[in-house]
Ligand binder design. Structure first.
Ligand SMILES: [Zn+2]
Length: 123
């Protein structure tokens, strides 16, 4: 007896392997989510990454805003909102996330940078 199903099964199996797909995270849950979510260290809410801004401690130990999200260093996310940034700094959650102390003048310059970064995101 002929068995046409057999070759079908083999075909399905060979196509089930995603060829050349980068597996960065490789957890099954990641297949489901559409947007990368990050938690704001100010208000503690999870939001799509693009609604947040990254604060990064560079390898040179500078604390800067990273609107591109691509700078190397230890990063934390806050809403694009000065209230959240302030909250994150006041509550020391930002310091804890970045594992460093953040002097007051740096806090102020981060707030100013946040204003600038907001102007630059009108793309
Ligand atoms: Zn927030």
């Amino acid at each position: 007896m002929a068995d046409p199903k057999r070759s079908e099964v083999i075909k399905k199996e060979s196509t089930a392997v995603p060829a050349g797909k980068k597996s960065a995270g490789h957890t099954p849950a990641e297949r489901v989510k559409k947007l990368p979510m990050r938690r704001c260290v100010g208000c503690g809410e999870s939001k799509p990454k693009k609604e947040l801004i990254r604060v990064v401690r560079t390898p040179e130990a500078d604390i800067i805003l990273d609107p591109t999200g691509k700078k190397s260093g230890r990063g934390a996310y806050v809403c694009r909102d000065k209230t959240c940034l302030r909250k994150a700094m006041k509550s020391k959650r930002l310091e804890r996330s970045l594992e460093t102390e953040i002097p007051a003048d740096i806090c102020e310059s981060l707030e100013r940078e946040l204003d600038k970064a907001d102007e630059n995101t009108e793309k």
